[in-house]
Write a protein that binds this ligand. Structure first.
Ligand code: GAR
Length: 306
């Protein structure tokens, strides 16, 4: 049963434990509050008392689990869970559940769900935040992780959340079909580059024009381009004596770190910064802003239900 829940909610064992605690404590609190309110109302008729109690707990339960989810760090999960539940009750959600097997992804009945692929080459801390943010989201699902590096940390993250992985190799990506048929078969409608270090071939740029975002750990147009990734960026920023750095989230076109900027956030560069200390500050900004910008961008696309 626990394995089924982990796969269903795309969470690891520790997070499943926190979610179950939240449900248990939220449920007990709801019962307690319901009884307290009922006592205050002092209703004489048993049937009316029961109906009132049911109404109170139905109204209180979402509030209680949301409140309890905050100290457990599970607010994003429960926000999405409740909003999906709300949509289900109002009859809108018909999400298909075939995404667990990438070879089985050609049947997607729910056109209200945007299926996102995260492309990543490295540790995947951004990928993790994005996956967590969209768990149980009513309109957006992280359906695939695409990786060009065997052994990359992001592969473990995909496994933790039971997200299918497409491992790609150079020849086919740059001189073949760029894996476009695989992405289409997986029903991918949007691509997020989260620390993906290969240039995107024109076939994908054309197919996903306006539907592909990248994050860069500097304030573009400065410190971008070929070879400018990770610590190389921070070294260059520090060497240039910049007082400020930051992040840029932008649409992807045919050039490295180029395309319409959608969002920038800044942070200070302090005199004794090293690439590692600056990278930490930059990662904090990325983890805070990337997922909400992805959400806003997808929900503003024509044809996406809001
Ligand atoms: C992120 O800082 C991202 O901005 C950067 O790679 C890092 C990946 O970290 N991307 C680039 O430099 C693109 N030019 P993560 O693997 O921990 O998410």
């Amino acid at each position: 049963m626990f394995d089924k829940l982990k796969a269903k909610w795309k969470v690891g064992p520790f997070q499943l434990l926190l979610i179950l605690f939240t449900f248990a404590i939220g449920g007990s609190l709801t019962g307690w509050v319901g009884r307290k309110i009922l006592l205050q109302l002092s209703i004489d008729y048993a049937a009316l008392r029961l109906v009132t109690y049911l109404i109170i707990i139905t109204l209180c339960w979402p509030l209680m689990v949301i409140l309890v989810s905050i100290p457990f760090g599970q607010f994003p999960f429960f926000r999405n869970y409740l909003s999906r539940l709300g949509r289900r009750i109002s009859g809108k959600a018909t999400r298909s559940r075939v995404e667990d097997n990438p070879s089985n992804m050609s049947t997607f009945t729910d056109t209200s769900l945007t299926r996102v692929a995260i492309f990543a080459s490295g540790a995947g801390s951004n990928a993790r935040k994005i996956i967590e943010y969209f768990q149980g989201h009513p309109q957006i699902i992280i359906a695939l992780v695409v990786c060009n590096k065997p052994g990359a940390g992001v592969l473990n993250i995909a496994a933790d959340f039971s997200i299918p992985v497409l491992t790609i190799e150079k020849e086919r990506f740059f001189r073949g079909d760029a894996y476009l048929p695989d992405l289409q078969k997986a029903g991918i409608g949007f691509i997020v580059l989260a620390g993906f270090l290969w240039k995107i071939p024109s076939a994908l740029i054309t197919a996903y024009s306006g539907h592909m975002l990248n994050i860069h750990p500097a304030l573009l147009p400065k410190y971008g381009g070929k070879g400018m990734y990770g610590n190389f960026v921070h070294e260059a920023v520090i060497a240039a004596g910049e007082k400020e750095s930051g992040i840029t989230i932008h649409l992807v076109d045919g050039e490295y770190d180029h395309g319409g900027t959608l969002f920038q956030a800044t942070c200070e560069v302090v005199p004794d910064d090293t690439p590692a200390t600056l990278a930490r500050r930059i990662h904090e900004l990325e983890h805070l802003h990337f997922a909400p910008v992805i959400e806003k961008t997808i929900l503003s696309l024509p044809g996406v239900n809001r």
